[in-house]
Design a protein around this ligand. Structure first.
Ligand code: NAP
Length: 328
């Protein structure tokens, strides 16, 4: 597994990460098997996947709980990221969403983050987080200056509770604000070969400021594996129902891509999933993109991890880009 530097933090992590959102289960993903999730996290490490991402909001603490169990006795083997800024246990904040009767609020104020970090450390059974990411940004109806949030996170870093600061779901102005007031080492944004909006928004800034771009949902929640056809019975839970590629009229387009790329899969001796992961990691302006792929099953991590070893020729990267553009 290739590795890469995370911003200027000095942290070295695998090019492919394992995302533990689905491990949280709930209505977003449907139930997950806890022991298989733990085995998947352990297998990831055996395959060289060191970067492990979770968040308090994934299953309202459940994903962090499961990750915490998986990390017992193995903490230093992983680069662990979790997040802050979403609360379901306090009333104040901007309403992010209502899920299963629970109101989830955006709140990035330092006094709330001070509570959150302790709760995450407890659930994760650790005394430090490698990359601490602001999950969603404050909204005007419950504002918090980025300088205040960043000031608090920088203090956490000085105390040794976190090693690097990240931010997710930003706009360009917010990125610039973060980097103006502190050291931002990673941004985590929605990015796949079928949804490349983030490259125009962020790649130049990441390059300029030495910030790692981490792509979330690079597999479009499983559709870009090429394994789902119109006949596949998919439990369209909330997370998947938001992905347009699961719609019956779009699945044939993905199947056509799979067919078109069959020769490439033969050339690189890999599956479509691995080709897509290899393509994703090859993006960015001269630096690798970190490909954060969700996995909660052994066969998924076995396949995804090998995607980190697929290094594509420039001509194939360009051709795949055109193929994806033709259907997106
Ligand atoms: N910052 C944010 O706001 C944010 C938002 C979204 C995601 N994320 C992070 O990014 C991670 C990845 O994003 P994501 O989970 O949305 O999307 P993804 O990586 O595109 O898709 C993950 C899902 O695809 C299916 N899958 C994965 N590998 C597969 C394989 N080899 N073969 C067949 N199916 C496979 C699995 O679904 P099943 O388990 O149902 O089979 C898996 O849960 C998350 O886990 C989370 O850590 C962050």
């Amino acid at each position: 597994m290739r590795t890469m530097k995370i911003g200027k933090s000095g942290i070295e992590a695998s090019v492919v990460g394992i995302g533990a959102w689905a491990i949280g289960g709930d209505s977003q993903w449907g139930p997950s098997d806890e022991s298989e999730s733990i085995r998947t996290i352990h297998r990831a490490r055996e395959l060289g996947v060191t970067l492990l991402d979770t968040a308090p909001a994934y299953g309202l603490g459940h994903s962090e709980d499961v990750v915490g169990k998986a990390l017992v006795g193995r903490r230093s083997d992983y680069v662990l990221s979790t997040k802050c800024g979403l609360r379901w246990d306090v009333k104040e904040g901007s309403l992010m969403m209502e899920r299963d009767g629970v109101r989830i609020m955006r709140n990035t104020r330092p006094e709330r983050l001070a509570e959150e970090i302790e709760m995450s450390l407890r659930r994760l059974k650790t005394d430090y987080i490698d990359i601490y990411i602001v999950h969603w940004q404050a909204l005007p109806d419950f504002p918090c200056p980025i300088a205040d949030t960043m000031g608090f996170l920088t203090d956490l870093k000085k105390q040794g509770k976190i090693r690097a600061i990240g931010a997710a779901n930003l706009n360009r102005e917010q990125f610039i604000e973060y980097t103006a007031v502190g050291q931002l080492d990673l941004i985590q944004e929605k990015y796949s070969m079928l949804d490349r909006v983030a490259e125009d928004t962020f790649f130049d800034l990441c390059d300029q400021h030495g910030v790692t771009f981490q792509a979330y949902s690079p597999l479009e929640r499983g559709t870009l594996t090429g394994k789902i056809t119109v006949d596949t019975k998919v439990n369209l839970t909330t997370a998947k129902s938001k992905v347009k590629w699961f719609q019956p009229e779009n699945l044939p387009k993905i199947a056509a891509l799979a067919e078109k790329w069959a020769p490439l899969c033969r050339k690189y001796d890999c599956s479509m999933t691995q080709l897509v992961i290899g393509w994703t990691a090859a993006q960015g302006n001269g630096h690798n993109v970190n490909a954060l792929c969700g996995a909660r099953k052994l066969d998924q991590i076995e396949e995804n991890a090998k995607g980190g070893d697929v290094v594509l020729d420039a001509v194939d990267i360009a051709a795949m880009r055109l193929d994806a553009e033709a259907i997106a």
